[in-house]
Design a protein around this ligand. Structure first.
Ligand SMILES: CC(=O)N[C@H]1[C@@H](OP(=O)(O)OP(=O)(O)OC[C@H]2O[C@@H](n3ccc(=O)[nH]c3=O)[C@H](O)[C@@H]2O)O[C@H](CO)[C@@H](O)[C@@H]1O[C@H](C)C(=O)N[C@@H](C)C(=O)N[C@H](CCC(=O)O)C(=O)O
Ligand SMILES: Nc1ncnc2c1ncn2[C@@H]1O[C@H](COP(=O)(O)OP(=O)(O)OP(=O)(O)O)[C@@H](O)[C@H]1O
Ligand SMILES: N[C@H](CCC[C@H](N)C(=O)O)C(=O)O
Ligand SMILES: [Mg+2]
Length: 477
């Protein structure tokens, strides 16, 4: 493609690709130079041009010598729009999900519902790229970033379209939205799941965190698209609904306070839960094969996205009876010799710990024993709150490590323990899982929280192999 085809006056230079790191620039690349959290990408403009960049997308005040300067006060957004023109076409039906918790689950359940309806579908998010035939996890073994960068995102979407995928659901994290990492393609429907404390290290305040998320509804979503909003998260839901209305979007509300998919009742069963949902004037009874209110919420939001993009209401709700669990979300790992069930869940916020405990509580006849930890180089303020949530909602708490990253693991454990008097502090995640499982008897449940699907423990810059499900099975052997 010629540069002139991407941007008026671009000329005849051949564009071969897009990069936002100078080390990935090859002859013909369009380079995006952005001010980051650590360094200023504008410092790498000369190196990018020396490596063959034909154009540089940067602020008007940046100095670009020897390549076309595509100047924009919001260079990340301009870069995403150009890159999308280069990488198109994309899957025809694309939807996005934001919220503090439930993005990955909802994206994956949306993909499953489409697949059950006969569509070739994919989901993109923390689990990597999932299609009906494979899951390609991020290469670094930790689960990596939810959205690596906009070039990877658009190239992946284009690759899926080439494979014949017509329907794609992606997770829009607040970091990704703030940094324009998931944009450029048409988004037909967008969902909001909930908002609670996380990532305040990056956003500073809950208000700024919420604002980052609102971009999905107010800017990224097509003007003629549909907003699917979980209605049961109080003020945050009400504000998102108001924003969707103000923009004149088609609106689908979901939950007990929802109008489109109104949750009438929810009754836990041995293997899942029975839901009664009022939709399009009739009542639908659904035997959802997943436990917990939070999974019911995500399943219904997923159904909302499918309906918003053309799925028939009754058939979509009926298909919920056939979904599979999402990797690392209330995944049953093993039963101990003494008869306790051990679950792994990706709860790494105070709210998620409450939700995961609540999901398991109806299935506990003895004690609910939880293993928690908090990530290093992440929102430190959530640590005691995670301890408090575990203490309030489980019967016995073990505090251990969860990706200490560059921080001192003992200091993180102590910060969590500040909210959890009476908890046992066990350095070493394997040791903590073993200790928790050893105390469990028949009728008890052990919940190993925080890492879900993750395949590694990040300690001092190194990622060591670690899989909660595998370790639980080893401890039970
Ligand atoms: C704080 C944050 O989100 N940082 C992300 C962001 O970095 P940044 O733009 O601030 O980059 P920077 O390192 O300051 O560099 C600025 C620019 O200079 C460029 N550069 C830099 C060095 C160099 O030698 N040459 C060069 O060109 C960089 O490519 C970048 O464009 O953009 C980078 C590329 O897209 C990301 O890798 C990086 O993620 C870091 C590693 C990270 O840990 N992010 C986490 C917090 C994150 O984003 N998590 C969310 C999950 C949230 C959730 O699901 O709950 C996610 O979406 O994954
Ligand atoms: N709708 C929900 N309400 C409350 N808690 C939830 C909800 N959905 C998921 N959770 C909790 O959050 C955890 C993570 O779920 P999931 O991976 O779907 O969320 P996410 O938003 O993608 O998270 P991340 O921001 O880390 O990518 C789950 O394991 C569960 O403990
Ligand atoms: N997307 C989240 C994942 C956290 C998972 C938890 N295991 C941790 O490392 O804190 C983040 O990057 O903050
Ligand atoms: Mg996720």
């Amino acid at each position: 493609m010629r540069l002139g085809a991407l941007i008026p006056g671009g000329g005849d230079a051949v564009v071969t690709g897009f990069a936002l790191d100078n080390r990935k620039v090859a002859p013909g690349t369009v380079f995006g130079a952005f001010q980051g959290a650590r360094v200023n990408g504008e410092d790498y403009i000369p190196a990018a041009i020396a490596a063959g960049a034909v154009a540089v997308v940067a602020r008007p005040e940046a100095v670009v010598d020897g390549a076309l300067h595509i100047a924009d006060a919001n260079p990340r957004r301009a870069f995403a729009a150009l890159a999308a023109r280069f990488f198109a076409p994309f899957p025809a039906t694309t939807v996005a999900i934001t919220g503090t918790n439930g993005k990955t689950s909802t994206a994956e359940l949306t993909r499953q519902l489409w697949q059950l309806a006969g569509q070739r579908s994919a989901s993109i998010g923390t689990l990597g790229v999932t299609t009906g035939y494979e899951r390609v996890a991020p290469a670094d073994g930790t689960g990596g970033l939810t959205t690596p960068d906009v070039v990877t995102f658009l190239a992946t979407m284009a690759g899926l379209a080439r494979e014949g995928i017509s329907h794609a659901a992606f997770e829009a994290s607040s970091h990704g939205l703030d940094q324009y990492r998931t944009e450029g393609l048409a988004v037909r429907a967008a969902a909001f799941t909930n908002l609670s404390r996380d990532h305040l290290d990056y956003h500073g305040t809950m208000e700024a965190y919420f604002t980052a998320k609102t971009r999905l509804i107010t800017e990224v979503l097509d003007a003629n698209g549909s907003a699917v909003i979980w209605a049961d998260d109080g003020d945050w839901s009400a504000r998102m609904i108001a924003l969707a209305r103000a923009r004149g979007l088609a609106l689908l509300t979901v939950g007990t306070a929802g109008e489109t998919l109104k949750l009438i009742s929810r009754t836990p069963t041995a293997l899942g839960q029975d839901l009664v949902v009022e939709a399009a004037g009739s009542r639908h009874k659904i035997a959802l094969p997943l436990i917990g209110a939070y999974q019911a919420a995500n399943a219904l939001v997923a159904a909302g996205l499918v309906i918003a993009t053309g799925g028939a209401v009754a058939a979509t709700l009926a298909a919920l009876a056939r979904v599979s669990g999402v990797r690392g979300r209330l995944e049953r790992a093993v039963i101990t010799r003494s008869g306790a069930a051990v679950y792994v869940d990706y709860a790494h916020t105070p709210d998620a710990i409450v939700a995961a405990c609540a999901a398991l509580r109806p299935h506990v006849t003895g004690k609910l024993i939880i293993v928690i930890g908090a990530g290093g180089d992440r929102d430190a303020g959530k640590r005691p709150l995670m301890g408090e949530a575990a203490t309030a909602h489980a019967d016995q708490v073990f505090i251990t490590d969860d990706n200490p990253r560059s921080e001192d693991p003992a200091a993180i454990r102590a910060a969590v323990a500040a909210g959890a008097p009476g908890a046992s502090i066990v350095p070493g995640r394997r040791e903590a899982i073993a200790a928790a499982m050893a105390t469990a008897g028949a009728g008890d449940i052990v919940l190993i929280a925080g890492k879900g699907h993750e395949q590694g423990q990040i300690i001092a810059g190194r990622t060591l192999p670690f899989d909660d499900v595998a370790v639980a099975r080893e401890c039970a052997a």
